[in-house]
Write a protein that binds this ligand. Structure first.
Ligand SMILES: N[C@@H](CCC(=O)N[C@@H](CS)C(=O)NCC(=O)O)C(=O)O
Length: 104
């Protein structure tokens, strides 16, 4: 089982992780347990990801529905510069983030 201590990086690898995370955004809302699971993973992985609360920001909700096809949260928007992917399912989001940002 993984500990709850945040991942530690050198300044350079932290800068690289922060740059990679710039293409990501999490659509969520407070009080959603599945969203909380993803937010805790983000905190543990020590990465900065823009959060869009769809209950507080109707525009974010519209963008989620228009882009991802449904209003279910959490949903991670992955923008790699060429394509945009909308990843639903908290476990899939956590697995994706761990694969991409876990310390090796
Ligand atoms: N299996 C999903 C469940 C997600 C889920 O049920 N989200 C709720 C909020 S806690 C939701 O967005 N419900 C509204 C909807 O699906 O339209 C996950 O693990 O992410």
């Amino acid at each position: 089982m993984r500990g709850a201590e945040p991942v530690e990086r050198t300044p350079q690898t932290q800068a690289e992780a922060d740059e990679q995370a710039q293409g990501l955004a999490l659509y969520h809302y407070e009080g959603c347990p599945f969203c909380g699971k993803v937010r805790r993973a983000i905190a543990r992985l020590n990465i900065e990801i823009v959060l869009h609360d769809i209950n507080r920001d109707p525009g974010a909700r519209q963008r989620l529905i228009a882009g991802g096809g449904r209003r279910t949260v959490p949903c991670l928007r992955i923008d790699d510069g060429d394509t945009t992917t909308w990843l639903y399912e908290s476990s899939d989001i956590v697995a994706y983030l761990e694969k991409r940002f876990a310390a090796s």
